[in-house]
Design a protein around this ligand. Structure first.
Ligand code: TYD
Ligand code: MG
Length: 451
């Protein structure tokens, strides 16, 4: 039997809920802040009311009878953005774009608005900047804007009304931190207000089959809500991040309609964000001869192979103790690979300070970089440069073996195309597990042999 939906009481200051009214909120300590709330209609009515206080039991539908929600994808005209969204944004879906203030979120969305407006109308809701500022930026970016409407509004209910009356194809909200609802009395930007507002605007967008992008600043813990708070309310979550250099990376951390391991690469100049469509050599330094401590690795990122230069440096640690300093590759991975070398290649790392970096400042998580990392560490510790035109890839087990990795063929092909004629790698592609792998030891002898 369907449960009867019950009223609840919500703290208007922090959003904390209680089944009974209470004089003081146990969560934020505010007095007389509880207000009675009705659960949303969708929770009370289930499959439809039968009246007389009874509700019908919800009727499950056979999966085979469900209409496919396969909507059309809308291209932004920016291939790097489309790539991260899985080939374009899905009509009627909601996307969260997070990133630090100043990273370029508004610029990216304004450029995307320019492209989307060629195929339909765009509503750009901004509580952040004056319309004249947006206009100036659009002019600088060469965006015409005759199908882009601007709205300076922070009330979620009024935004929802504007979406219903304007019926755009794409809605952009810049940013969630400026939003508030009239229903709740807490201040705009507070966690409860932001969650509520995102729900109201997403619902309005869904009703008119528009896709909606919510811009969200990554904030330090505090009174203002960050993007994490609403990640579960949207279909896709993208984060904009920058490298040590000029590059900006767009990554999907959640994507209901596609892969979440794609990466989009941009640079920022006076004409806005420029896409880096072919990042083949982007993460290699210019030097002809590689110094000791440097190894070239084909890294699998999303659907692309990037050739990346891993750099390592070792110096004696103070008092005979060493530490690992590595921002771009997980320190635990560096520690583990160094421990394997210490055990199987007879090299001491535990008394060394080990610095690891990746040229171009891209953060890498691909397990296939471990052999390259081991070679960079080996080369740094021994002072012997690695052979020219050689790339390394493979996973390293604790027993010192090089294990198979995925997409080996494509890695070899990409390395070859960029002039790395020799590749040291496991003998089997992990994505093709029908062949037996010949494991190689990377003991001292084997490493010496290759050097
Ligand atoms: P912005 O999109 O405002 O960042 P966010 O919305 O994430 O806070 O852009 C931030 C920076 O980008 C700003 O410092 C100026 C710079 N910028 C350029 O270098 N070129 C350009 O064409 C534009 C529009 C911005
Ligand atoms: Mg902005």
């Amino acid at each position: 039997m369907a449960k009867k939906a019950v009223k609840y009481f919500e703290c208007s200051s922090c959003g904390h809920r209680e089944p009974k009214w209470s004089g003081r909120c146990t969560s934020c300590g505010e007095w007389n802040s509880f207000v009675e709330k009705q659960p949303p209609r969708s929770q009370t009515s289930g499959g439809g009311s039968m009246g007389g206080g009874k509700t019908a039991a919800p009727a499950p539908v056979k999966l085979s009878d469900v209409e496919s929600g396969e909507g059309r994808r809308i291209s932004s005209g920016m291939s790097e953005l489309d790539r991260v969204l899985g080939g374009g944004v899905m009509g009627g879906s909601s996307v969260l774009l997070g990133g630090e203030p100043g990273i370029g979120k508004s610029t990216l969305m304004l450029q995307a608005a320019g492209a989307y407006s060629r195929g339909g109308s765009v509503l750009y809701i901004s509580g952040e900047e004056a319309q004249s500022q947006i206009k100036m930026r659009a002019s600088r970016l060469g965006i015409q804007g005759d199908r882009i409407s601007l709205l300076s509004e922070s009330s979620a209910e009024l935004c929802s009304q504007a979406i219903h009356s304007h019926r755009p194809g794409v809605v952009i909200v810049d940013s969630i931190q400026t939003l508030g609802t009239e229903e709740s009395s807490s201040s705009p930007g507070s966690p409860n207000q932001v969650k509520h507002s995102v729900q109201i605007i997403s619902e309005a967008a869904r009703e008119v089959n528009a896709c909606v992008f919510f811009i969200a600043h990554v904030t330090k813990e505090g009174a203002i809500a960050g993007p994490k708070l609403v990640e579960h309310l949207v279909d896709a979550v993208l984060y904009f991040d920058h490298s040590q250099g000029e590059l900006r990376f767009l990554r999907a951390s959640k994507n209901r309609f596609g892969s979440s391991d794609e990466i989009g690469i941009f640079t920022m100049d006076a004409q806005g964000l420029q896409e880096v469509g072919d990042p083949g050599r982007l993460f290699l330094s210019e030097a002809e001869e590689l110094p000791a401590g440097t190894a070239i690795v084909p890294v699998y990122e999303g659907s692309r192979i990037l050739m990346v230069e891993i750099q390592a440096l070792t110096v004696p640690g103070k008092g005979g103790f060493g530490r690992v300093y590595s921002d771009m590759i997980d320190q635990r991975r560096v520690n583990r690979v160094a421990a394997v070398l210490e055990k199987h290649a007879n090299l001491r790392f535990s008394d060394q300070d080990v610095y690891v970096n990746v040229a171009g400042g891209i953060r890498i998580q691909d397990v296939g970089t471990e052999l390259g990392l081991a070679m960079a560490l080996y080369s740094a510790r021994t002072g012997m440069p690695l052979p020219a035109a050689t790339a390394f890839c493979g996973e390293i087990s604790l027993s010192g073996q090089v294990r198979s990795i995925s997409h080996l063929r494509r890695r070899i092909q990409q390395a070859g195309e960029l002039g790395y004629g020799r590749i040291v790698a496991p003998t089997r592609d992990a994505s093709r597990n029908n062949r037996r792998m010949r494991r190689r030891m990377i003991g001292r002898e084997a490493v010496k042999h290759r050097l």
